[in-house]
Design a protein around this ligand. Sequence first.
Ligand code: ATR
Length: 277
Amino acid sequence: MSSLYGVIGNPIKHSKSPLMHNQWFEAEGIDASYHAFTIEPKNLEDAIKGMKALGIKGWNVTIPHKESIIPFLDEIDESAAVIGAVNTVVADGPRLIGKNTDGQGFVESLLTKRTSGEIKKSSILILGAGGAAKGIYHALLKLQPKRLYIANRTVSRAEALIKDVSTHDSAQALTMTAAEENPEQFDIIINTTSVGMSPAIGQSPIKLGLMKKDTLAVDIIYNPLETEFLKRAKAEGADTLNGVGMFVHQGALAFSYWTGSQPDTKKAIKMITENLG
Ligand code: ATR
């Protein structure tokens, strides 16, 4: 019997996850299919019961259910516990296990541009202090970069995030203005804010200038493929990485938890980029 997988969220109809996972099932010769399910918050509990009854083997979770799904799961892994959000559920027989592959997916994408040795020698600036920043910060800490900074419009949120995930001296909280003053001190700058996507297309979370030629500017946004932040960084001669890689790698990690297979991420990045372009 063919196995079923999917993603739950709302809105979900523009998700690229079905395209990606179904292509991987086909390429890996796995008899399975992946579907997008629009689930309203009030129907979440019933939806989970339904998914269990149907024998769905695993699913991704997106806005607005990443946090509210936790009470309905039997177990959550360390990343999901630290971040307080689940993006992947593995059905292990009757047990539902929640995981979060976003932070590690980000790191896998970053590792396509910089080696772990280079990251160890890097000063990294994270822009934003929301849920996405939390996962990325937690995963990046494991690579032990030389210095980590988190800049946020509301600096108290950056301070709270650092305290929540790590010790206070693992990173330094900055105001956006402080981050803008000396951008040349950062080797890698990561935008995790929503500035740059609709309705803030055409805006950048920080004013740029004086970026070093070998700075890597990373955006986790993939629609648009090239945000204003990346455009400006490129104009200054910096290297850039958009959010398609993180999207694909978080999906690949989920896929490997479900099936034990490592899918082709390079091919998927190309396919998703072409699909969005
Ligand atoms: P996510 O889970 O996607 O990270 P979030 O938790 O709502 O979403 O966080 C959004 C991030 O974008 C926050 O860091 C937010 O800054 P504040 O904490 O100050 O709200 C940031 N953000 C959103 N709009 C912004 C704007 N116009 N300028 C600067 N930062 C912005």
